[in-house]
Structures are given as C-alpha cells and as structure tokens.
Ligand binder design. Structure first.
Ligand SMILES: Nc1nc2c(c(=O)[nH]1)N[C@H]1C(S)=C(S)[C@@H](COP(=O)(O)O)O[C@H]1N2
Ligand SMILES: [Mo]
Length: 216
C-alpha cells in the first residue's frame, strides 16, 4: 500500500465517521441552521483536501482544453481565459467529510458561457473533468448547465491559491465539493458517464448534499 492509498483510506474513514478536519475550528451552532444540509457543520476556515499532491502550474504554461461531443472544441491560454466575460457568484460549499462554508464569493468564467462557446452536440449528456494532478470527476451536463457553476480563478476577492486549486478550478455548489475539480486541465463532453476518482471508490455518483447523498 503506498502513501496515496493510505491517504485515501484515512479520508474515507473521516467521511464514514462524519468528522470534519480540525474540530477546533468548528462552531458549536450554525447561525442559520436551515442553511446546513443534513450531517454538515459550519467551519470558519477553508480546509484543504487533495490527493497529497498540489501541482504547480506556471500561468504561461497553463492550458484548459475543452472537447469531446462539441461543435467547437477549444483550448485556452491564461490570457484567453481572462479575456472571457467576468462572472461572479456567491454560494455555500459542502464537503462530504461534513464541513461546510457559507457565502463564498467566487469569480471566474461561467460554465453557461463555456457551453455557449463550445456548443455541445445533442449526444452530449455528461461532462468529464481531468486535472493536473490526474484527479477526475464526472457530472451530468444538466448539472453543469446551471447559473451558479463556474470555472473559478478567485475566492473572496483574491486569486485562488494553489492549495485550493489555482489557477483554475470548478465550482458546482449544488453537489458535494469533490465534484469540483481543482487544477482543471481537460473538460470532455461525452455521451457516456464515466466515473471519476471518488465515484469509483464508493462515493455517490450524484452527490447531492441536501439528500445526504454521500455513498453509492
Ligand atoms: N484536482 C483535484 N480536485 C479535487 C480534489 C483533488 O484531490 N484533486 N479533491 C476534491 C475533494 S474530495 C474536495 S472535498 C474538494 C476540496 O477543495 P478544497 O481543498 O479547496 O477545500 O476538492 C475536490 N477537487
Ligand atoms: Mo472531499
């Protein structure tokens, strides 16, 4: 068993035990309990979760490639990405290991804008994400085609740090956080669903926080 396997085991144990990371930072009671999905607790910090590897991507080398079942595939450089219409949205963030953060201000490029550019073919029903750390995750196209979904480069007014997935990560507020690929590199529209890193390891394929939908 290598260190990555151990990390995965540890993380799965955290999730099973419904424990957050760093109990010190947990508030006793959420100010707005109705805002917390079942089994979640509010934290004031923003924990970091990854596979034990945080890729360093110099901006001049960063590329985002979008293809598959689309009429207009594209690859963006950093300058091209920043030249897209700016998009901002505020949402809560729910991790399957039970912590949530409220009122995150995300900035980047809206996923609806990306969909408008690449024009998915009618066969495209799923979107597959691949990251610079080889992490993968998958979503139905309709989950990505939502007003609050974005390719995010800034959080609360500051560039997204490397540990949180900078230069660019996905944010999909209506699903657990593992559905949002950090350090996103390739986005593939597909006719087939293809389970990602956590989905093949027993996590729910749909991942709805409000349905307590953690495991498959
Ligand atoms: N590329 C990549 N994206 C990833 C992960 C990862 O390990 N690699 N972890 C996922 C998980 S399990 C969670 S909970 C969130 C955590 O995001 P954060 O570290 O910014 O809190 O990122 C998700 N996206
Ligand atoms: Mo996670």
């Amino acid at each position: 068993m290598d260190s990555n396997d151990r990390l995965i085991q540890k993380k799965q144990a955290w999730a099973r035990e419904k424990r957050g990371l760093g109990g010190r930072e947990v508030e006793d009671e959420a100010p707005e309990p109705d805002r917390l999905p079942p089994g979640q607790h509010l934290v004031n910090n923003w924990p970091v979760l990854d596979l034990g590897y945080k890729p360093e991507i110099p901006l001049e080398e960063w590329r985002l490639t979008v293809g598959g079942f689309v009429a207009q595939p594209l690859t963006w450089t950093w300058q091209e990405f920043l030249a897209q219409p700016p998009f901002r949205s505020v949402s809560d963030f729910h991790c399957v290991t039970t912590w949530s953060t409220f009122d995150n201000e995300w900035e980047g490029v809206s996923f609806k804008h990306l969909i408008g550019l690449v024009k998915p073919l009618s066969l495209a029903k799923f979107v597959l994400f691949k990251s610079y750390d080889d992490y993968t995750t998958n979503l139905p196209l309709e989950a990505c085609d939502d007003d609050d979904v974005l390719l995010c480069h800034s959080w609360n007014g500051k560039p997204l740090t490397k540990e949180h997935g900078g230069p660019v990560r996905m944010i999909v507020p209506k699903r657990y956080a593992w559905k949002g690929a950090k350090w996103v590199k390739e986005i593939t529209f597909s006719d087939r669903d293809e389970k990602g890193f956590w989905e093949v390891r027993g996590y729910s394929n749909s991942a709805f926080p409000w349905k307590n939908d953690r495991y498959s």
